[in-house]
Ligand binder design. Sequence first.
Ligand SMILES: [Zn+2]
Length: 430
Amino acid sequence: MARVFENVLVFDGTGSSPFPGEVRIEGNRIAAVAKGSHKISQEGAEVIDGQGATLMPGLCEPHAHITYPDMLKLRELGDTPPEEHVFVTMHNARKMLDAGFTSLYSAASSKPRTEVVVRNEINAGRIPGPRFRAASPEIVSTGGLGDERQLHMYHQGIELIADGADEVRRTVRMCIREGVDQIKINISGDNFVRLGQDGACTYTEEEVKAAADEANERGVWLSCHSRADKSVRMALKFGFRVLYHCEHSTDATLDLIEAAKDRIFLAPAIGANYRLAHHAQEWGITHDVADRMGVFKTIEQTAQTYNKLRKRGVRVLPGGDYGFIWNPIGTNARDFEYFVNLFGYTPAETLSAATMLGGQIMGMPDLGLIKEGFLADLLLVDGDPTADIKILQDQDNLLMIMKDGAYYKAPRPRRKAGKGSARTREMADA
Ligand SMILES: [Zn+2]
């Protein structure tokens, strides 16, 4: 099946300005890209008149938690039985695709096999969902981020608790046996669960090394929760590929991050904190409560750190930790606005991070750009998101969603253009 999108504004994902042009798709790949009109062959193709809408690569969420049921407390993850949890995850996969996210790199599953089975069903074409790299649960120490237990009562959240190098090693081996694509380990604590713990490590070097040795030996990727400066250094030392948060990094640590920039990815996951600080009053998180939780301080520190990282050319991706009631699954595009407003990115730089760097974090060198030979994961957007990045927050602005060359959402008319619509020539002729 060949398709040509004509009369579109092409945002190719590199970060350069969008240009009026046309794009030909053959099968699941981009066959040709041209500036202007009628430069590429329309032979044997369905022709879609984009009516000036923007054609861009599909979005990537680099810190996905699609096992999260838009919850108030982490404990709700443990309260959800495995059977129901598979459905929660399956529905969330579809919600992400509805929101234009054609790739998900997970930052932890709530149960060892939940994401693995959903990934397998998506890959087999039996349920809709984005391309999906499935993760282990968060591997944490006693008292670390995710340990929901009380001394008198057992609770389960998103964690697998492992203390000591041997237990960490065994837990990593088990997750790999069950089929995860990446291991997630919480090297530092977090104010969200225990105030003042975001600057402290909850694992020793010996434990982190044990996890890293096992994953590296088996070719499985490593991601970590690392707010504390020391945790970032450990992650760099032991070959972690994806580092989350990192806002306590000193300038000396930022030098180390910059030196490793060709092999690592960072994601601050600012949206969860931003929404908690400003949009969670309804759930009892008043300004005072948020302040006591240290949320405003975290946001300020994250803004400082990521303004520096942007200037150092480190691969930083927007998104992360959506799936709480104040930042539900599917609203992830809000993070783009925070990158612009808090970190000094331009909209085009932000969208390049969400698309081009998205392909890179997924480990797919032919994903994330509108370029000849690349995989056809594409969005047709009503308007120009490089002029107004907020338009991606409204799913009605997504006129078409394509994954792997197939329509998930077939082209529909532009809403405001007035004259004509995004429609196929066949449809017009019919
Ligand atoms: Zn997370």
